[in-house]
Design a protein around this ligand. Structure first.
Ligand code: NI
Length: 186
């Protein structure tokens, strides 16, 4: 296992639709373990393959994020389940709406409220290619929707109003210019 650098917006690869996973081989196992380690170290609750520069329909979700909302709030009482691996995930049904704050490891210095389904039905494959079908609610459902968006080339900032997105782009431009200046002084 090794951590890999997390790529950041505005890298174009983050806004590209990914290719399906077709080979469930040792290379996939290695990629998934690197994704899990990168997610843990960040730390984050989910990570999609494009975030480490791999344009594949693959995501990992922290075990703690898969717990029901009530259990997640008392997380210290129970050991978290293992991370969830989703190859080729699809949201096949969604109901209800919930607005909550989101951030993303690939979108620096940005947190904003995003509307998502409250409850979803997901179809995917596991790391061996076996089919999965399950329902997710609340925070778990939100994380999956965020990661599936990544796999379609959509970032959470694409779901904000054009005014809010414009403000963020301006702010990011300033941050990047400052970073470049600081780098230039070394
Ligand atoms: Ni993200």
């Amino acid at each position: 296992m090794a951590t890999r650098p997390i790529v950041k917006y505005p890298l174009p690869l983050l806004q590209k639709k990914t290719a399906p996973v077709t080979l469930f081989d040792d290379d996939l196992v290695k990629l998934v373990s690197d994704m899990i380690e990168t997610m843990r170290e960040a730390p984050g609750v989910g990570l999609a393959a494009p975030q480490i520069g791999v344009s594949l329909r693959l995501a990992v979700i922290a075990g703690s994020a898969t717990l029901p909302d009530e259990a997640r709030e008392n997380e210290s009482e129970t050991p978290p389940p293992p991370p969830l691996v989703l190859a080729n995930p699809r949201i096949v049904a969604g109901e209800g709406a919930h607005i909550d704050e989101e951030g993303c490891l690939s979108v620096i210095d940005c947190f904003a409220k995003v509307k998502r389904y409250q409850k979803i039905t997901v179809e995917a494959q596991d790391i061996k290619g076996l089919p999965l079908r399950f329902e997710a609610n609340g925070f778990f459902a939100r994380v999956i929707q965020h990661e599936v968006d990544h796999l379609d080339g959509t970032l959470f900032i694409d779901r904000l109003s054009s005014l809010k997105r414009g403000l963020y782009k301006k702010k990011l431009k300033k941050i990047l210019a400052q970073e470049q200046e600081a780098g230039g002084e070394q």
